[in-house]
Design a binder for this molecule. Sequence first.
Ligand code: AMP
Ligand code: ZN
Ligand code: FE
Ligand code: FE
Length: 282
Amino acid sequence: MVDDTARGRPIDLHTHSVVSDGTETPAELVAAALAAGLGTVAITDHDSTAGWAEAIAAAEGTGLTVLPGLELSTQLEYASVHVLGYLVDPADADLLAEMSRIRQERLGRAEAMVGRIAKDYDLSWADVIGRAAPGATIGRPHIADALVAKGILPSREAAFRTILNWRGGYYQPHRAPLPVTGVELIVGAGGVPVIAHPGARGPSSLFDDRKVRDLVAAGLAGLELHHRDNAPDRLPRWRAWADEHDLIVTGSSDYHGAGKPNRLGEHTTDPAQLARILERAR
Ligand code: AMP
Ligand code: ZN
Ligand code: FE
Ligand code: FE
């Protein structure tokens, strides 16, 4: 999977394209990864593997390795928990069905949020859906882009601080499976599950020894300990769990193109840890 040309160059295992809420096509994402000097980039769109073929084709002959993955939406109590899944079988029936269900849930939820926003602002569902790539996994960033296009707010950042914030008055969660179910689905599809940004403020405090043990028993392989959303005061417990269960430790940018300030390669994964991911895939 990782060839010699990629050796020695940075490894970034979490990025998004227009297949979900990134702003670049998979081919543009690959071009950006090359320009950033990466050796390996994982494409991990939310709840979709639809960008893989284009990204892999774009990287052919460039010396950049594309690691195919996804970021599966799961839900623990009131919080979203994201589970990265590397090297899943994209044709696995159970995973396909769940991804499709989640995308559908996200669509209904976004439309409901827009319905509420439209009572107070000049925004329609057509403004939102008309700007998204066909079949894209729809999220709040697409609503943000429409708010920006209509001149209502200056940026995604501003939208997440105000109208789209969970306390903003328009927020609605979307249904998703439990984290343990997400891990099982990824393992069932032959892939390698890694909890994304586990130390992020929202969900981090919902985990305890027992929940982590259950995830490991279900096949959890790793933790994304190097990520800008991990709160420094939350990291020690996750590091301890990584040691206790001998989990793979990854680092990534969570690049969304122009949609977020995150820059490619701002956090990276050690080659030995990537090797563990490749060994673990079936
Ligand atoms: P959703 O999944 O629809 O609830 O929206 C969450 C997504 O929005 C995540 O994938 C984040 O990458 C993105 N996001 C969260 N906060 C921000 C922000 N401040 N600016 C831009 N994108 C954000
Ligand atoms: Zn995103
Ligand atoms: Fe995430
Ligand atoms: Fe992400």
